[in-house]
Ligand binder design. Structure first.
Ligand SMILES: C[S@@+](CC[C@H](N)C(=O)[O-])C[C@H]1O[C@@H](n2cnc3c(N)ncnc32)[C@H](O)[C@@H]1O
Length: 242
């Protein structure tokens, strides 16, 4: 029987080595690239009412021109925070995940955390998808720098097409793409979800949200709640119960 025996044999690549070094670098780059965008929100004094208006506008723009809208953010990371990245890593480890699906890769910050968990558990497959080819290319470069590229398949295109075949049962899902597509993407993945699969959704804001209404209804085979990690970013944690 394996017993916990102190500090020898530590397997946590977030904390040291190539992955840790790459993460430090990409978080620095992200901070610079996204600072003006973040300042708009943090210093813009967004109260609940105006947040609702911002979300409504975001949904409307996605529906009007999804590709054009996200092309406007081609140089933005829009990445998860270090804290949330660590939580993703922990979820993958606690689940013993070997197949992970990620909707919305951007430059690969969340991908690095999830792929690191796969590496530390002995391997697996992460299928990610990104609309913007140049972002997918930068994510691949970051994964190569971290030594994780062999675990990841980043599919360029619209998740509704690229995730139609994920090749088997899924142990963990991250939804971090177009806000308005969380429910259609979840439904696309549903045949491959297992009892106990966690689904983590970023930017699932509690405002007229069909995705939240669906996963918060236990009759649909989920248990779900908002989590206070990276507060204010609409982080929902859902577990498949069926
Ligand atoms: C919030 S960012 C993802 C951040 C990333 N998870 C990270 O932590 O670094 C959302 C990304 O989803 C992409 N996206 C939006 N709609 C998409 C779709 N339908 N299919 C694939 N990617 C999409 C956008 O281009 C954008 O780069």
């Amino acid at each position: 029987m394996a017993v916990f025996s102190g500090v020898s044999g530590i397997m946590d690549s977030l904390s040291s080595g190539r992955v840790a070094q790459t993460l430090r670098q990409v978080f620095q780059e992200a901070e610079q690239a996204d600072r003006p965008l973040m300042e708009q929100f943090v210093n813009g004094d967004v109260d609940e009412q105006s947040l609702g208006a911002v979300i409504d506008q975001h949904f409307a723009e996605e529906q009007r021109d999804l590709r054009g809208f996200y092309h406007g953010y081609v140089n933005n990371y829009l990445n998860v925070t270090p804290e949330y990245g660590r939580f993703l890593y922990q979820c993958a480890r606690v689940r013993g995940a070997t197949r992970i699906v990620e909707f919305g890769t951007s430059m690969g910050v969340s991908t690095l955390h999830l792929a690191a968990a796969l590496r530390d558990m002995g391997g697996g497959r992460l299928i990610g998808t990104e609309l913007e080819p140049s972002k997918a290319a930068r994510a691949r470069t970051n994964l190569e720098t971290a030594g994780l590229a062999d675990l990841v398949d980043i599919r360029v295109g619209d998740a509704r097409e690229t995730l139609a075949d994920v090749g088997g049962e899924i142990d963990l899902v991250l939804l971090d793409g177009a806000f308005s597509l969380y429910l259609p993407v979840l439904k696309l993945l549903e045949p491959h979800l297992k009892t106990g699969t966690p689904i983590l959704a970023e930017n699932a804001f509690d405002h007229d949200n069909e995705y939240l209404a669906y996963v918060r209804n236990p009759a649909n085979g989920y248990l779900s709640l908002p989590i206070p990690i990276s507060e204010g970013r609409g982080n929902e944690f859902t577990v498949v119960t069926r």
